[in-house]
Design a protein around this ligand. Structure first.
Ligand code: G
Ligand code: G
Ligand code: G
Ligand code: MN
Ligand code: NA
Length: 250
């Protein structure tokens, strides 16, 4: 399989590159940090999206190696940023369900001399299996190291309210399918509103993903104190573009 060979070679040749998407405090418009999004700069295929290569890397048993390579690069990048900016990374369920995952992550942070308090992971509802106690102990052990654990793509999976209540997430990210439907589909803003209330009740702040226009932004700002991200602030950028952006901010 040509893709599998390409991924193996890409790992050896350092072809996997972190891109960064801004995360914004919607109250004051200030940058709070970046979400790292993987891209593959394949010599044969050009820039390949993670939807294509992540599932293959997972099936090849290479996802942890790939992810850790990207995290190492991202930590070196993020060390140059202002000390109040966070780095957030997406974690595959296969990585998250490795009992050694918290220790592997900590090892990367120590090696890079990066403060765990500025580091966040994003896991999806597919990480939350029936063994709630096990998932909980995983989250607790990460948080005890200072790492924040955010629930990504909320609303698209099957996580129950019971799970949410017993799992100590730092933050909930509303899936962009709900955000982009605000102002277009009846009911979407009610759903987003309900998730915001849920987050307030659980003491979990909310990030809205996939904000593309001013109207959606205004609607979200009226709902409460949210963080947000999306194309309205720009596309995911290379580290060179991020550096220029940060220099522009002074
Ligand atoms: O960047 P883009 O919107 O194309 O990302 C598509 C999907 O790939 C998203 O669901 C995103 O969370 C996921 N993704 C991006 N980078 C990584 C990564 O480093 N690891 C994992 N597991 N998923 C990632
Ligand atoms: O209070 P609770 O039982 O949900 O806490 C679970 C674990 O998470 C505890 O071990 C505690 O130290 C840790 N924890 C509680 N609140 C925070 C927090 O705000 N940030 C971080 N990083 N960890 C926390
Ligand atoms: O699953 P996750 O939330 O990690 O996915 C992030 C993905 O969403 C990335 O591939 C990123 O490129 C994409 N994305 C980020 N902002 C927007 C947006 O405003 N609109 C759309 N359509 N996609 C976005
Ligand atoms: Mn994400
Ligand atoms: Na998402």
């Amino acid at each position: 399989n040509a893709l599998e060979t390409g991924i193996r070679e890409g790992l050896v040749n350092g072809e996997f590159v972190p891109y960064y998407e801004q995360q914004i405090d919607l109250e004051n418009g200030e940058l709070t940090g970046f979400e790292m999004l993987a891209r593959w700069h394949s010599p044969r295929l050009g820039v390949v999206a993670p939807d294509v290569f992540i599932p293959i890397a997972e099936s090849m048993g290479l996802i942890a190696e790939l992810s850790e390579q990207l995290i190492e690069q991202a930590l070196e990048d993020a060390k140059e940023w202002d000390a109040d900016l966070t780095l957030s990374v997406n974690i595959s369920p296969l990585q998250f369900n490795d009992p050694w995952f918290p220790q592997r992550l900590l090892k990367l942070l120590v090696k890079a001399n990066f403060p765990p308090q500025r580091f966040e992971i994003e896991i999806t509802e597919s990480c939350l299996h029936d063994n709630v106690a096990l998932v909980r102990s995983m989250i607790v052990s990460l948080r005890n190291q200072g790492i924040k654990v955010n629930l990504d793509d909320f609303g698209t999976g099957y996580s129950s309210f019971a799970q949410l209540r017993s799992l100590p997430f730092d933050r909930i990210k509303i899936d962009r399918s709900f955000v982009s439907a605000i102002g277009r589909e009846g009911g979407a803003s009610q759903i987003v509103n309900a998730i915001v209330s849920l987050g307030q009740g659980l003491g979990m702040p909310i990030t809205a993903e996939g904000i593309e226009d001013d109207e959606t932004l205004d609607n979200l700002r009226a709902l409460g104190q949210l963080k947000g991200q999306g194309y309205i602030y720009g596309r995911p950028e290379t580290i060179e573009q991020v550096r220029e952006r940060l220099e522009g901010l002074g």
